[in-house]
Design a protein around this ligand. Structure first.
Ligand SMILES: [Zn+2]
Ligand SMILES: [Zn+2]
Length: 120
């Protein structure tokens, strides 16, 4: 999962750079303009976002709340909080201290604290 994300993000960024800046202006008639070109450019600057799940405060590749495959893997391991429907080891509701492990991961990678979890 992580690998797929890591591959996709740079490829999209390159596609935008090539598509928009690489001389497509001369024959724009055949090129379909990507609707979300602007949003894509904005995101290219923030590769943290591809790795970190801001909503859930864990690495995206490990986020059972975003990826049903990850959830299934945790359930198989028996690491699951039925009450909150997420891996027990990621259940910050049952034990907020579990979050520290993930914060440390983020800090080790980026040298700064992760963004606050975006609660809905
Ligand atoms: Zn998530
Ligand atoms: Zn729980």
């Amino acid at each position: 999962m992580l690998r797929r994300l890591m591959m996709l993000t740079p490829m999209l960024a390159i596609a935008f750079v090539v598509g928009c800046g690489g001389g497509a202006a001369t024959d724009s008639g055949t090129d379909a303009t990507p609707v979300s070109a602007d949003a894509g450019d904005d995101h290219a600057g923030h590769d943290h976002d591809g790795w970190w799940c801001k909503e859930h405060g864990v690495p995206e590749a490990d986020c059972a709340l975003c990826d049903p495959d990850v959830a299934a893997a945790y359930k198989k391991k028996g690491d699951w909080c039925e009450e909150h429907n997420r891996p027990e080891s990621q259940c910050f509701i049952c034990n907020p201290k579990r979050q520290e492990k993930f914060i440390a991961l983020y800090e080790a990678k980026f040298g700064e604290k992760p963004p606050a979890i975006e609660q809905e």
